[in-house]
Design a protein around this ligand. Sequence first.
Ligand code: TXA
Ligand code: MG
Length: 326
Amino acid sequence: MIATEIKKLSPDASLAADRAVLADAADLLLAGELVAFPTETVYGLGALASNSGAIARLYQTKGRPAFNPLIAHISDAEAAFRLGKPTQLAETLAAAFWPGPLTLVLEKKPDCPVSQLATAGLDSIALRVPANPLARQLLAQLGAPIVAPSANPSGQLSPSTADHVAAGLGGEVRLILDGGPCEKGLESTIIDARSDRPVILRPGPVTAEMLTALGQPSSPGQPSSPGQPISPGQLASHYAPQKPLRLNAITAQQGEWLIGFGRLAPACDVTLSESGDLTEAAARLFDLLHAADAADCQRIAIAPIPEDGLGAAINDRLRRAASPKA
Ligand code: TXA
Ligand code: MG
């Protein structure tokens, strides 16, 4: 056990006190410590990308299998393309969606300084330029890539608040930077951008519809076959609450805590969005699943969510959350 400090910052880190905290956080990362920080998607558990010792501890802290590679976070596309080989598609997607909730998988450059442990020995690398001002200032302070998985014990729900991080990893990390609830609340969209058509490895806030609108429709079909995930986030059971979860519920059965959506499941305990807004629902999803785990109930039920737009990413997480644990 180590003492975990939670430091609250203003959302845009504009105060001198915020800058001092971020400078301390960068020093901790340089010294090989783990620091949890907010992004616009979910909270990340950061380590200096070139420090194999810190990364080994990161895997251990999360209980994450070492074959599951990490995303490298950098401050801009130029920094990204120093680590991964850009394609025309990658440049187009980066120009449209970075900084933002998009991760690009590219061929790793031979001189890439990111630890082999973080890329699980693959010849590819996952890269993301986050938009959250605290994440951006931390990267600027550090001047080096940060590898960061979601800041939760492996297989459990992702954290969309600093409290979620503390509940899952308190006593394991030195510092949690608290920037308030995450704006998007769902992990980034992961796209394999190594060819000329985007392949969505993990649906997220950058939707298939947004790719089509950009003139870059994604390749159809599942990129991975069952049992052979390209992106281990595609493993069937992932992002799971502690309690059993029933999908497409209209009414609560005995012992269930019902999470509603719009006019579907009106007699619910809580709702993802009263007006049926998918953006609001995505932002609240993990928070309500965490709340359901903590509530006085045996099981969780959730209303049907439409499959269009962000609904695809929400339903992807829900199917994994409901699938039996391995
Ligand atoms: O929004 C996010 O992406 C958050 C924030 C913190 O940036 N991070 C996140 O990391 O969700 P994590 O580790 O929970 O999920 C990263 C996913 C994993 O499913 C991993 O298998 C996949 O990215 N991944 C990493 N490198 C890859 C690669 N080279 N090829 C395919 N998938 C990769
Ligand atoms: Mg994760």
